[in-house]
Ligand binder design. Structure first.
Ligand SMILES: *[C@@H]1O[C@H](CO)[C@@H](O)[C@H](O)[C@H]1NC(C)=O
Length: 407
């Protein structure tokens, strides 16, 4: 796997991405895998600082050779200051896309002979599944894989799989036209050259190209980041093979408004899990993020249960996250729980992806339950189970039930 990275304000994407890539690899899989970080910068001080931080974060992986860090010699890049502006791109963008062509080419050539060492893995999906949190970093995968010439795991060049024996040709093509077009267009042209017949029509051409360009549906890679200009996609790996119910569990919860500061992924909204219809799924939480359930009528909760992660994405757990409740009447009782500045009481925390417990009835009725994330997470977050058990009461009449806030 090749990971090009360039200097940016938010360098920590790289370390998070590497954590994410390595997260679920077994020792066995690690033996069959090389990750090459290509620092596409020529400032030695900067390159060394990146290398150092990777070494500090992944000493074992560097030692064992599963992780390599490389950078190009300064002489590799031609003068990028006087490029011809084409296709309505700004000067900056032309420079960026031109350098990107060169960067990918360098990385591909470096990685090419390593790819042939890898066997064809029947475990391909396993490799892929760990890459999903690759935020804002271009991922190119190299693996000898008979079936795929070019497997698009993502739009643009990020997350593509090539047969290593095809890489020299691809790179030669890039290097011939690197000043002319962005890299995703060049790939398309290359495929055109390979399989399209100028005497036939565009439909024929598209069909032929599609034979070579196998697009994983749904996409297997994640390419999103708050600081990215490129929106990306992630999807369930095997949603065809997996019953939806395996991935989340429904519970009967009291009526509530739900909201979150997390960046929700596609249709996996918080409402879905609260109503038991689907998982909640969001991009990697940072310290200060929250997930909140505000009851329409304050009520007494007996027990709560939250499960993060699911079978498909067991790594997408909530870490360092506390469970907090907002009492309906703060003045009523003295609480034995630490309180937040905004009046929530911390009653529990996630451990190994699960938070559960009883709620002391001394707290009385509760307005809201909130999950608060205390530190940045390298992984995305899934809630696959949310359960709030209302104190079972036998209300004598409708009025009393309303008052108690149950139905
Ligand atoms: C949880 O977050 C707090 C606040 O950022 C931090 O001090 C603490 O070390 C974190 N705990 C763990 C286990 O990461």
């Amino acid at each position: 796997m090749g990971i090009p990275t360039v200097k940016r304000e938010k360098q920590h994407y790289l370390i998070n991405t590497l954590h994410s890539l390595l997260y679920e690899l077994s020792e066995e899989q690690k033996k069959d895998c090389v990750i090459i970080v290509f620092v596409a910068e020529v400032n030695a001080e900067y390159v060394n600082s990146v290398a150092e931080s990777i070494k500090t974060s992944f000493p074992r992986e560097i030692q064992s050779g599963i992780l390599e860090v490389i950078s190009p010699p300064a002489s590799y890049y031609p003068d990028l200051s006087n490029l011809k502006k084409t296709f309505g791109d700004s000067e900056d963008r032309v420079r960026w896309r031109t350098k990107q062509n060169l960067d990918y080419s360098f990385l591909m050539l470096y990685a090419q002979p390593k790819g042939t060492l890898c066997g064809i893995s029947t475990n391909f999906q396993n490799y892929i599944r760990v890459f999903k949190a690759g935020v804002n970093i271009k991922l190119v995968i190299f693996k000898q894989q008979q079936k795929y010439l070019n497997m698009h795991l993502l739009v643009l060049l990020s997350g593509k799989l090539f047969k290593s024996e095809d890489l020299p040709l691809i790179v030669e093509f890039f290097l011939m036209f690197y000043k002319d077009k962005p890299i995703d267009w060049l790939i398309d042209h290359l495929l055109w050259v390979k399989v399209c017949n100028p005497e036939k029509d565009a439909i024929h051409c598209e069909k032929e190209k599609a034979e070579l360009r196998i697009r994983a549906k749904p996409s297997l890679f994640q390419h999103m980041g708050i600081y990215s200009s490129l929106a990306g996609k992630i999807q369930n790996l095997k949603d065809k093979d997996f019953g939806k119910n395996v991935l989340h569990k429904a519970h009967n919860n009291p009526p509530a408004k739900v909201d979150t500061s997390l960046q929700i992924y596609q249709q996996y909204t918080l409402e879905k899990i609260y109503k038991g219809e689907d998982c909640f799924w969001a991009s990697a939480p940072v310290a200060g993020d929250y997930i909140r359930f505000t009851f329409l009528n304050p009520l007494k909760i007996e027990r709560y249960f939250f499960r993060s992660g699911n079978m498909e994405h067991p790594g997408d757990k909530l870490f360092n996250t506390t469970v907090e409740v907002l009492p309906a009447d703060v003045s009523l009782s003295k609480f034995n729980y630490p309180a937040t500045k905004d009046g929530y009481l911390k009653i529990g925390a996630f451990e190994n992806g699960i938070a559960e417990g009883g709620v002391s009835q001394s707290i009385g009725k509760i307005q809201a339950i909130r999950l608060s994330v205390n530190s940045d997470s390298p992984v995305w977050a899934i809630l696959s189970e949310v359960s709030m058990k209302v104190v079972s009461i036998h209300c004598k009449d409708f009025e009393q039930c309303i008052e108690i806030g149950t139905t």
